[in-house]
Design a protein around this ligand. Structure first.
Ligand code: DON
Length: 580
């Protein structure tokens, strides 16, 4: 019997081998658009693409491209639509970062529309009488909100680099806010799981629950009339409506009634900052990413510069050797983050040093491929709690070679949980991204010091990392992710999966991820790592912890005249839409 089985397996094996030889003779796999040697397949299109965490928002962006809009027009329409379709992270009351590549000028622009601390904010505002951080105040109060930058950032991008009018790109969002969006299982469960918290504020309860706070069931329609009112006012009166008009009045009234700090003056003086993108070379590619006030670009560049000294490709994707190396590189970068990163308008961030090839070489020399460094030997600090899973990223490319990579957020899912009455606008709790007390970790377990202390008009340090890879000076990959402290490491792994491991964009996004942030000293692994690899990692001294999933990457690759896109399977209802 056994002998018989063995014989048939052998025959099957031989038959297969001869089939694949045949295939090799007749099919040039290298030139194929669809390759059957990969498990994961991207969405493909010829005339542009939008990838976001909500299919409906991606469709709205793709429609704008079809109407002749460029990547910036489509990105702004997608961003505003996400405020309706993904209330936990899409927003008008938050802030973020946008990287734009303009094909004609061959120029990449970094737009910082991060929230700013109100003028009345001060260093110790979240400390209680005993000098401890009051997390409720820092995360869930009216004081937890920074002055929102989203409306200013998106409208700035549109005005300077788009081709359509503000009215045109806001219109689709008004329609879906008025007519309603289909409540998915994800949205329904998400709102149910936060019922007690989100119904504590009456405007939030009214915005996201039925009468008397009854949750929506999957398949029902969520209409957002107050948000539609805000969007219509924005369309009719322009973005200044948010900072100086009726919306501003409502924001300030709610702040004054609840001990919040944001004033008319704060809103009127909010400014977007255009900054120089961080760039580095990596094995023949160029990578561009976000400069401070985000820490993302600096540490992407720093980690790639270190990784360049090791044969990552030969180690193999997901191998114990490659994973150990990533862990070591991540620890070094996050130790530097805690010390050196903050708002560059308030603190001298050593950008050149941190991203220099020479510094990376010195750090690379400290890495052993067989033994993990203990975090305490890199720098002492405190262990950290877990994260809440939101923020959102979208990527857009158009047929003229323009590209947009945008990550924006309310910080936590649903931000501070506070909707400004009458507006449907959820406010961020981005003030918690400051270091309320040097050395004490924030909600993402990130420690910081003087560089990221609270000060009036300062922007809190971010990890958001909208990024592009360039090949021969043309955008090749556009990517980014949510994930709090895990954003930078998530993006890094997508980049090396493409540049080192030569994965297609879907495989690069889907592959299991790891994360180390120096403190706590633990290497988190997503589901999908084999027990054998985990054993090998432990043998190298890694403190392995099996964790939850990380990030929600929305990516596009442009190759041989086609767009390939992938939405992360880790979050439902995301979608990549191609313009054919
Ligand atoms: O700017 C930052 O780094 C954080 N406020 C991002 C928060 C985040 O990604 C939450 N979710 N995953």
């Amino acid at each position: 019997m056994l002998k018989h089985m063995f014989a048939s397996i052998l025959v099957f094996g031989i038959a297969n081998a001869s089939l694949s030889t045949q295939a090799a003779n007749h099919v040039n796999e290298g030139a194929a658009i669809i390759r059957y040697d990969t498990i994961h397949h991207p969405v493909i299109g010829k005339n542009g693409m939008v990838s976001s965490q909500r299919m409906l928002a991606s469709k709205i962006g793709a429609d704008i491209l079809r109407q002749g809009g460029n990547a910036v027009d489509a990105a702004v329409a997608t961003g505003i639509a996400l405020a309706v379709t993904l209330p936990r992270a899409g927003n008008l009351g938050g802030g973020g970062f946008m990287l734009i590549h303009l094909a004609k000028q061959s120029k990449t622009i970094a737009i910082d529309y991060r929230e700013m601390a109100p003028k009345k904010a001060h260093r110790d505002m979240f400390l209680d009488g005993d000098g401890n951080v009051d997390n409720r105040k820092a995360q869930f109060s009216h004081q937890s909100s920074g002055v929102p930058g989203t409306v200013a950032g998106l409208s700035h991008a549109l005005e300077k680099y788009g081709t359509m009018s503000w009215k045109q790109v806001v219109a689709p969002a008004i329609e879906i806010a008025e007519q309603g969006i289909l409540v998915s299982y994800d949205l329904s469960e998400n709102l149910k799981s936060r019922h007690a918290w989100l119904t504590a504020n009456s405007a939030t309860k009214k915005a996201y629950y039925k009468k008397n706070g009854v949750p929506y069931e999957p398949g029902e329609i969520l209409v957002q009339p107050d948000l539609a009112w805000s969007l219509k006012r924005l369309a009719a009166h322009g973005p200044s409506e948010f900072y100086q008009g009726e919306i501003a009045k409502k924001i300030v009234a709610d702040m004054q009634a609840n001990g919040g700090l944001i004033s008319f003056e704060d809103l009127a003086s909010y400014r977007v900052a255009e900054r120089e993108a961080i760039t580095t070379s990596y094995r023949g590619y160029t990578v561009a990413s976000m400069p401070p006030t985000s820490s993302g670009g600096i540490h992407i560049a720093q980690m790639l510069n270190i990784l360049e000294h090791f044969p990552l490709k030969q180690m193999g994707a997901g191998s114990a050797d490659a994973t150990h190396l990533l862990s070591e590189v991540m620890k070094l970068a996050y130790a530097d983050r805690a010390e050196h990163l903050g708002d560059p308008d308030h603190f001298n961030v050593p950008v050149k040093g941190l991203t220099s090839k020479a510094y990376a070489k010195q750090l690379a020399n400290n890495i052993s491929l067989s033994k993990a460094m203990a975090s305490k030997d890199i720098k002492p600090g405190n262990p950290a709690p877990y994260e809440s899973p939101d923020t959102t990223h979208f990527s857009v490319m158009d047929s003229q070679g323009n590209a947009v990579s945008n990550t924006y957020t309310l910080n936590f899912s649903y931000g501070s949980g506070i909707v400004i009455p009458g507006t449907g606008i959820l406010m961020n709790n981005e003030m918690d991204d400051f270091s309320s007390k040097p050395g004490v970790p924030n909600a993402f377990g990130l420690v910081g010091g003087e560089a990221n202390a609270i000060a009036p008009t300062k922007r809190p340090l971010s990890s958001m990392t909208p990024t592009m890879i360039f090949k021969d000076d043309k955008p090749y990959v556009v990517t980014g992710s949510p994930g709090g402290s895990r954003i930078i490491t998530t993006v890094l792994q997508v980049l090396i999966n493409v540049m080192d491991h030569e994965m297609n964009i879907a495989a690069a996004v889907n592959a299991p991820r790891v994360h180390h942030q120096w403190l706590p000293d633990q290497l988190e692994l997503e589901p999908g790592y084999s027990p054998d690899t985990i054993k090998l990692l432990k043998a190298k001294g890694q403190n392995v912890k099996s964790g939850k999933t990380m990030g929600s990457v929305q990516s596009i690759m442009y190759k041989n005249g086609l767009f390939y896109g992938a939405s992360d399977p880790r979050r439902p209802d995301a979608g990549t839409v191609a313009v054919q």
